[in-house]
Structures are given as structure tokens and as C-alpha cells.
Design a binder for this molecule. Structure first.
Ligand code: AMP
Length: 299
């Protein structure tokens, strides 16, 4: 089965203590779509401007990502810039130029409206709603978010939570949403807002799933060197959704394994700037790390 992914398609200028890379292919949907493409067919919904480099379109195409839902509008592509501190965890946004994103309204081609798996990657909750309004009985809908939407669009986000099967957010966002420092009581509070599955991401400490079968603690792959963690969260959820779409059986039976695969793709994402490492990834390299993670966590 395939996954529909809507989110930002961006040019990212990223600065780390060691290097600076301007105008890389980025955006929540780009990272998630490439990650998902290792497992299942992907349909991308987003918007870029006329300045969007052809080589980035080629990169999507090399990963067999369907682009009928990618609008190309007159104007500039969404441009985001961020700078990491020495610890590579703390990040400061330097610049957000919305460009064509400002007037973006995701319109789904008719053939996309019956896609069984839907990932509403990080984008304004009103746009996530607009995509869901066009879908016909999807099997499994997951959304991601960011602190910006908790600050400026909380009402829309709370309404969205009632329409989701799964919600993915990071630990600081979970604290902000629930006013609770304890991740396990925060998970319970988020379930009460709607979603049956809640995943809290904890960066290099992995992630925690809470679902009908209880908790699952998903490890992060241990990396000795992080080049650029931008998009790791998007790669995690993209990999997870791709894996779920490809699997036989129920979401409940497959979600733990899918998280392990998502975690591994996210680890590769951190080993290069932007999508540079992920885009060169081979399926055998994913399998190798999944095997290692299974061995490292077996009792
Ligand atoms: P992450 O590292 O998982 O937080 O995701 C980083 C990605 O989010 C980058 O590729 C950015 O282009 C994208 N991004 C940054 N700000 C926004 C925003 N306001 N809306 C949507 N995407 C954004």
C-alpha cells in the first residue's frame, strides 16, 4: 500500500560548528518522503517556487516519489535556516522565508484521495485539516507538529488531534502541550485529546510509543558522530509510515517494528547534511542497523 505525505518542501540553509551548507533540499515532507520510499510507494503533496533546483526534483524521482501533488508556483520556495550549537542538540532558527508557502492550499489529485496511509508532516494544522477533508476513509492517519503551531495555532491543532489515529511529537512539545514534565503522564493526557497511538520522540534517546498494547521504548541507533540532525524526526516518522504501509497485518502488530526501521533511517539522516546521506542509502544498510539494534536491545 502507499503513503500520502503532505508537509513542507523547502530549501534549508544549515550551519553547524563545523560547516555551513546553503540551500539544501529540506522540509518535513521531503525528509519523510525519502525515508518512506525505502519501504513503500509515496505520493508527495507540497509546494515549491520556480527557483526550486531541477536536481532536487530528480532526487524525488530517483526515489520513485509521485509528484502529481507537488505544486510549482510563481515565486520563491520556502527557505528555512538554522544554526546548531556545539552539542548538536540545541538549534536556533535564523530565518524563515515563507515564499510560495504563504498562499499554499494543498489540493489532492483524485487518485490520491483514497490512499490508505496518510502522514500529515509538519505544516500548519489548518492545512493538515484541509488535506484530511479531501481524503476518503483512510486506513491510518498520523500527524507531526512543531512548537510554532502550539504557540500560534493551538485551537486548530486540538481539533486535528480528534481526527487522527496517531500523533508524533517531541518531548519538549509534549511538555508544552500538556503542562506535564513526566513523559508517561503526558502520554495519557495526549490520548485524552484524541489519538489512539502517541509517539514522543526524545532525539538521541529514542522514542516512546503508547498504544492499545501499552508502552514500547524504541531505541535510537547509537551514533558516535552527528553531522546534521535536521529532519531526523521527519525521517523517523516517514520511515515508520512507509514500513507500516508495506507490512501485512494490522498496525498494532507492526508498529513496533516500523518504529525500529524509522529510528534506523533517522540515524542515517544525522550522518550527512540535509538529505545527502539518506539519499544514498541502500536497503541492506538499513537491514544491517536494524539487526544491530535488535541485538543491542535483546535480553
Ligand atoms: P526537524 O529537524 O525534524 O525539526 O525538521 C526540520 C525541517 O523542518 C527542515 O527541513 C525545515 O525546512 C522544516 N521546517 C522548519 N520550519 C518549518 C515550518 N514553520 N513549517 C514547516 N516546516 C518547517
Amino acid at each position: 500500500m502507499s503513503v500520502l505525505i503532505v508537509g513542507s518542501t523547502a530549501l534549508d540553509s544549515i550551519k553547524t560548528p563545523k560547516a555551513e551548507n546553503p540551500r539544501l533540499l529540506g522540509g518535513s515532507a521531503s525528509h519523510a518522503a525519502v525515508a518512506a520510499s525505502f519501504f513503500s510507494p509515496v505520493k508527495l503533496v507540497g509546494v515549491v517556487g520556480e527557483d526550486f533546483p531541477k536536481r532536487y526534483l530528480q532526487l524525488y524521482k530517483r526515489h520513485k516519489i509521485a509528484l502529481e501533488g507537488l505544486q510549482v508556483l510563481p515565486g520563491k520556495t520556502f527557505h528555512w535556516s538554522g544554526e546548531y550549537e556545539v552539542n548538536m542538540n540545541n538549534r536556533r532558527t535564523l530565518l524563515t522565508e515563507l515564499g510560495v508557502f504563504e498562499a499554499f492550499s494543498p489540493e489532492l489529485p483524485a487518485a490520491y484521495q483514497t490512499t490508505p496511509f496518510v502522514l500529515l508532516a509538519n505544516i500548519a494544522p489548518a492545512l493538515q485539516h484541509h488535506v484530511l477533508d479531501q481524503m476518503r476513509r483512510p486506513k491510518f492517519v498520523v500527524a507531526d507538529t512543531m512548537d510554532l503551531w502550539l504557540n500560534i495555532a493551538l485551537g486548530d491543532l486540538l481539533k486535528l488531534l480528534k481526527r487522527l489515529d496517531g500523533f508524533v511529537l517531541n518531548d519538549s512539545e509534549a511538555r508544552q502541550l500538556t503542562n506535564d514534565d513526566n513523559v508517561f503522564t503526558a502520554l495519557k493526557k495526549i490520548h485524552k485529546l484524541g489519538p489512539k497511538y502517541v509517539v514522543i520522540k526524545q532525539g538521541s534517546h529514542g522514542s516512546i510509543l503508547s498504544g492499545p498494547r501499552g508502552l514500547f521504548l524504541c531505541p535510537a541507533y547509537p551514533l558516535r558522530a552527528v553531522v546534521d540532525p535536521t529532519g531526523a524526526g521527519d525521517s523517523f516518522v516517514g520511515g515508520m509510515m512507509g514500513c507500516l504501509a508495506a507490512a501485512k497485518g494490522s498496525v498494532e502488530d507492526n508498529i513496533r517494528r516500523a518504529m525500529l526501521y524509522g529510528s534506523v533511517v533517522a540515524s542515517f539522516c544525522c550522518e550527512g547534511f540535509g538529505l545527502q546521506r539518506t539519499a544514498r542509502l541502500q536497503p541492506a544498510q538499513i537491514e544491517q542497523r536494524v539487526k544491530e539494534l535488535r541485538e543491542m536491545t535483546r535480553v
